[in-house]
Write a protein that binds this ligand. Sequence first.
Ligand SMILES: Cc1cc2nc3c(=O)[nH]c(=O)nc-3n(C[C@H](O)[C@H](O)[C@H](O)COP(=O)(O)OP(=O)(O)OC[C@H]3O[C@@H](n4cnc5c(N)ncnc54)[C@H](O)[C@@H]3O)c2cc1C
Ligand code: FES
Length: 261
Amino acid sequence: MSEFQEKSPVLTREQLTADVVRLTLHCPRIAAAAKPGQFVMVRAGETLDPLLRRPFSIHKVTAEGGLAVLFKVIGKGTRLLATAAPGSSLDVIGPLGRGFYPDKTGPHCLIGGGMGIAPLYFLAHQLLAAGSSHANPPVLLGAQTQAELMLLAQEFTELGYPVLTATDDGSLGHQGFVTDLLDALLTEVRQVYVCGPLPMMRTVAAKCRGAGVACQVSLETHMACGLGACLGCTFPASSGGYRHVCKDGPVFSAEEVAWSR
Ligand SMILES: Cc1cc2nc3c(=O)[nH]c(=O)nc-3n(C[C@H](O)[C@H](O)[C@H](O)COP(=O)(O)OP(=O)(O)OC[C@H]3O[C@@H](n4cnc5c(N)ncnc54)[C@H](O)[C@@H]3O)c2cc1C
Ligand code: FES
């Protein structure tokens, strides 16, 4: 797998909510090599503080070399990145990791929670581009409030996917967990792809196992290097031992994960 380091001009900056930002960067070599589910490591600023790059899923790519990341501001790195203005540049390494294994035969169901929605847009786009002609069940999207979901849900709809939403406060769609929406679909899907908070993915994995449906999960851990060099991103595997999220993943079969350890 090829990875590149590119000084990437910021093409656009969109403020989706008070604390969710989407940056589109120009990094043509990374964008051309990227697969859905892979990620990039972005240096947050020009100085050595913060020292470590921050990992972000590849949210979208364009034929013109654009690559979008969608993120929530939670600490120093994302606070700095959120101020990146069009015309400025960010240092980006990628594409990194192993992404989703697209199964174009479908029907497939994509489930995203919070910023876990980010890699699923790229996947949805590529599944269609790869010729998945199946009448797909809805994409299931969950977030705390309507504000976080509105634009993203609309973009999946524009791709041609039906969308069902769930919010914690009931401001859009089902009030409650996005995983509640999966039960009614399990009899008709062959493959589930999920990215979001760990408890959500654990629930989806258990439901899929119960129904005999294949499930791929995209895991998130703290990452220092993103390159397999620091051992900072391990999680316990069902077969014993540990796996690196940055090198062996971030996408795994749900069966590979020791959910209870
Ligand atoms: C493969 C991968 C893909 C990711 N994709 C996205 C994405 O598309 N959009 C997005 O918004 N975020 C994504 N993340 C998470 C993102 O990398 C972190 O939110 C970011 O690094 C936080 O940096 P910070 O400097 O703002 O916060 P920090 O100051 O580093 O941390 C602030 C607080 O958040 C906690 N924290 C930091 N990183 C994580 C993490 N990975 N998991 C749990 N808690 C954490 C810290 O412990 C601390 O309490 C991804 C992470 C990984 C590993
Ligand atoms: S982040 Fe360093 S080994 Fe995975």
